[in-house]
Design a protein around this ligand. Structure first.
Ligand SMILES: *[C@@H]1O[C@H](CO)[C@@H](O)[C@H](O)[C@H]1NC(C)=O
Ligand SMILES: *[C@@H]1O[C@H](CO)[C@@H](O)[C@H](O)[C@H]1NC(C)=O
Ligand SMILES: *[C@@H]1O[C@H](CO)[C@@H](O)[C@H](O)[C@H]1NC(C)=O
Ligand SMILES: *[C@@H]1O[C@H](CO)[C@@H](O)[C@H](O)[C@H]1NC(C)=O
Ligand SMILES: *[C@@H]1O[C@H](CO)[C@@H](O)[C@H](O)[C@H]1NC(C)=O
Ligand SMILES: *[C@@H]1O[C@H](CO)[C@@H](O)[C@H](O)[C@H]1NC(C)=O
Ligand SMILES: *[C@@H]1O[C@H](CO)[C@@H](O)[C@H](O)[C@H]1NC(C)=O
Ligand SMILES: *[C@@H]1O[C@H](CO)[C@@H](O)[C@H](O)[C@H]1NC(C)=O
Length: 613
């Protein structure tokens, strides 16, 4: 033993090596007090790992040594004091170990609460002084006794199990199945080895649960709870190992706790009352809120759910009643995904708008199914939004061109086009100018800017300009700027989706055979959007107000827009078209507003249901 060379002269070092094997099998494993007048006072009797029982020869056994003995007996706080007692010559009187001191004892460290680790000792070759019982170590224990009454007949190692080392595999305690939760299985602190058993749940509180979790090196012990009635099948194959476990708050080991002794269990403690522990917090989060992936394309919302969110296509429906003749709602599924397609049109989708987007909101309903007769999920109403940006740029010209604006994230696009015509009348535009057609500079032609989607939206042209480059970056000439036609040109609304522009063909160089292109910035809005960008009127609100005082304000108005020519107030200006339309669509507008209000109310209720869930 390493202790040997400290205790004995250096010349015995070689001898110490000789002892290693046998010394290892001779360790002190348990103690008790004998021959005293009280349970906490007596001569120390020690049991060796070989089974030998006897006395400790005092070759420097001090209060540290006494404290080790008392700690092994279950005393805590201020513990052992070395005492001198008259020799006690009853029982196992032979010397089985000699202790020269216990310098490694630390009251705060349970791993030093045993003679083997705290003390320097030999188990043979005792000095002559150890003969007889005159030097037998004796102690009195003070402090708090934390295990059941120790006495002369205490079972060995009553209080201790192997100290926990969180850096190594913990072998004396485990949760089955673990790691967060399981049946507590603890090794018989006396027998060691494969002798595991359960802990009785009677009296087992959060403090004991936290102790177990600390011993398992879990640091989230604030959530530790002990439960009974779980993992009973596992429990049935183990004996009850501990009962009456009572720990002080903050205990880091069962060695700090009272209990009834290894294997000792009252009759009410059976495997059926075995305790299980959960060390980490139980998740209180509700089932996930369905979070679909939405792709809006060509006026249809494609909504994809994972199976976690929607377990089957049969659970998915369009919320509320709808007309199956007008609404082509479809749904489908494969092994990983459930999806639905909801057209914006005909399926009760609500059309709204904000400053930048036109938004279509559809409501999907996720139903629930009973599991074992109960519902563990809540039904959800899932609003699905497709947003279409109002602003975009379209290009066309002598080469008529239809473009699709790139969709925003989760958004759709709409299509608009610019085409050129030689004439326009109440029946519409005619004599389309084909790509490559030659145009006489200075002649007047028409551009038609058109929203081609089936959506119920209003198109507004913000800017249109001619350029000599196909990407619009070359020389430019505006025919419409900030919704106002320039020079002798004019801009007019044909209907909600068609804007006409009349302008003179221009050339950017003297060589008139070069190509020219027309570019337009357009805006789409809902028909009732009051946003001034949605009105195809130059100067918007100001002009609208002045319209009522047209005769007196006309001159002033013109002077405020010097870039505008006299054509601006022809019968086909936007303002006039809108004014003439106003009376005829008044009833329809009222109806539309009422309908919108009704739909909005339904939508509001729907949303509040979502929030309630
Ligand atoms: C465990 O390891 C940490 C660092 O890895 C060390 O600080 C600590 O002292 C070790 N504990 C024991 C009991 O060895
Ligand atoms: C446990 O404690 C360590 C060190 O303090 C910390 O890094 C770790 O996050 C803690 N774990 C939990 C689950 O709280
Ligand atoms: C635990 O060890 C003690 C002491 O050796 C023994 O009396 C008891 O029967 C053991 N109990 C179990 C359940 O292993
Ligand atoms: C459904 O729509 C069709 C076509 O608009 C219409 O003829 C029919 O009356 C509607 N059915 C109901 C129940 O509203
Ligand atoms: C309905 O939509 C599906 C795709 O979602 C399409 O295949 C089908 O042709 C549509 N039916 C009608 C009548 O539009
Ligand atoms: C299921 O459908 C989704 C959406 O169409 C697709 O992304 C996925 O690859 C499909 N999975 C299988 C296994 O077919
Ligand atoms: C308008 O709505 C769309 C879609 O919800 C959103 O992305 C956009 O930021 C909104 N614009 C404003 C100005 O609130
Ligand atoms: C939900 O599912 C149940 C059972 O299949 C069905 O009776 C009920 O009508 C469904 N609810 C809705 C709103 O679809």
């Amino acid at each position: 033993m390493k202790q040997l060379w400290r205790l004995l002269p250096v010349k015995l070092v070689v001898l110490s090596c000789f002892f290693i094997t046998s010394a290892n099998s001779q360790r002190p494993v348990s103690v008790r007090l004998v021959g005293g007048s009280k349970p906490n006072l007596g001569v120390v009797e020690v049991t060796m790992s070989t089974g030998a029982v006897g006395r400790i020869c005092n070759l420097g056994f001090d209060n540290n040594g006494a404290s080790v003995v008392c700690a092994m007996l279950g005393y805590r706080g201020v513990t052992g004091l070395k005492v001198d007692l008259p020799p006690y010559t009853v029982g196992n009187t032979n010397t089985v170990m000699a202790i020269s001191g216990c310098p490694d004892f630390l009251e705060a460290s349970t791993s030093t609460w045993n003679l083997e680790t705290a003390c320097r000792y030999v188990v043979s070759s005792f000095p002559p002084d150890c003969a007889g019982n005159g030097r037998d170590a004796a102690v009195i224990c003070t402090g708090t006794q934390t295990t059941s009454t120790p006495g002369p007949t205490l079972p060995p190692d009553f209080a201790t199990i192997a100290p926990i080392d969180c850096n190594n595999t913990i072998t004396s305690l485990r949760l089955d199945p673990g790691p967060e939760e399981g049946l507590v299985l603890i090794q018989n602190g006396s027998l060691g080895g494969d002798n595991f058993g359960t802990i009785c749940a009677a009296g087992f509180s959060a403090i004991e649960a936290a102790t177990i979790c600390r011993m398992l090196c879990r640091n989230e012990t604030a959530n530790a709870i002990g439960m009974s009635g779980k993992y009973l099948t596992t429990a049935a194959s183990y004996p009850v190992m501990l009962s009456g476990l009572k720990c002080p708050a903050g205990a880091t080991s069962t060695n700090d706790c009272k209990h009834n002794g290894w294997g000792a269990a009252p009759s009410y403690c059976t495997p059926n009352t075995a305790v299980s522990v959960r060390c980490s917090q139980i998740s209180l989060t509700p089932p996930p809120i369905p979070a679909p992936f939405v792709v809006c394309h060509l006026y249809v919302a494609n909504v994809f759910f994972t199976y976690t969110d929607v377990a089957s296509a049969s659970l998915l429906s369009l919320y509320g009643t709808y007309n199956e003749t007008t609404c082509n709602f479809t749904k489908n599924e494969n092994s990983t995904t459930v999806w639905a397609t909801v057209p914006y049109i005909g399926c009760n989708s609500v059309q709204t708008t904000n400053a930048t987007h036109v938004i279509y909101t559809s409501m999907l309903y996720r139903n629930v199914t009973a599991v074992s007769g109960v519902y563990v999920d809540v039904p959800y109403i899932i609003p699905v939004e497709c947003a279409i940006p109002k602003l975009k740029e379209v290009t066309a010209a002598l080469l008529p061109d239809a473009r699709t604006a790139p969709p925003i994230t989760g958004g759709d696009s709409y299509t608009s086009e610019v085409k050129l015509y030689r004439s326009y009348n109440a029946r519409g535009f005619s004599s389309e100018i084909a790509p490559g057609d030659r145009l006489v500079v200075g002649s007047r032609i028409y551009a038609r800017v058109r929203e081609t989607s089936p959506l119920n939206v209003r198109l507004t042209v913000r800017n249109c300009w001619a350029s000599d480059k196909s990407d619009g970056t070359g020389a430019s000439y505006y025919v419409v700027r900030n919704k106002c036609a320039t020079d002798a040109n004019s801009v007019f609304r044909v209907d909600e989706k068609n804007i006409g522009i009349n302008f003179a063909v221009m050339s950017f160089t003297q060589t008139v055979s070069t190509q020219a292109y027309i570019f337009c910035d357009v805006t789409i809005c809902t028909p009732t959007d009051p946003d001034e960008r949605c009105l195809q009127t130059c100067g918007t609100a100001v002009r609208r107000r002045r319209k009522r005082q047209l005769s007196t304000e006309n001159e002033k108005e013109s002077s405020q827009q010097p870039s505008r020519g006299p054509y601006i107030l022809t019968a086909m200006t936007a303002m006039d078209v809108e004014a003439s339309r106003a009376a005829s669509i008044a009833d329809a507008t009222l109806l539309w507003l009422m309908t919108t209000a009704l739909v909005a109310a339904v939508a509001w209720n729907t949303f509040s249901s979502v929030f309630i869930h």
